[in-house]
Design a protein around this ligand. Sequence first.
Ligand code: FE2
Length: 191
Amino acid sequence: MSHAPLNALVEQIRGLHEATPALARFAPWPGDLTPNDRPAAMLPAADLVAALPADTAVTRAVQAAAPHAEWRQSYSEREVSADFLNRYGHFELFGPHGHFHSSELRGYIGIWGSGLDYDWHSHEAEELYYCLFGTPRFRSKSKPETTLQPGGTRHHTPCEVHRMQTCTTPFLCYAVWKGPGLAGRPAMEPQ
Ligand SMILES: [Fe+2]
């Protein structure tokens, strides 16, 4: 198994994190990263990453790392649709169970296909999304709705109930969690 693409990706993300005021203000880049030998695990969502325009260094690094990543999903078909599961996935680049271990901060790369509705959900950890590609619409019950552009961020406080809908393109993100619930999971809101 090649670690080089994941090493290159974490360096790209570190550069992005440190150079982006909203990310650097949310949390400093973790000082405790150590390589963690996670196995690759594929999902259909990895194909969405491969199909994105390779127009930034970060996107190209995500594309190179995607075949080596441990792709995961937080939900089952009981909670979301089969279409959702076929066109969404994430991997934990760093964090308690990531390709690089950190107990300070958790960073994911996530992708959702076009025209998906990620219904109301919440988690204990505080969150910042950074849009790498796409124009997703975010809503929460306590702040105005926002449509992100690449380079835009969206913050969620601990346990804030939120919802995300993708537009006519996929949404690729770097998402960061901090604080209590760092190793937890999101939960869909009961209907
Ligand atoms: Fe979230």
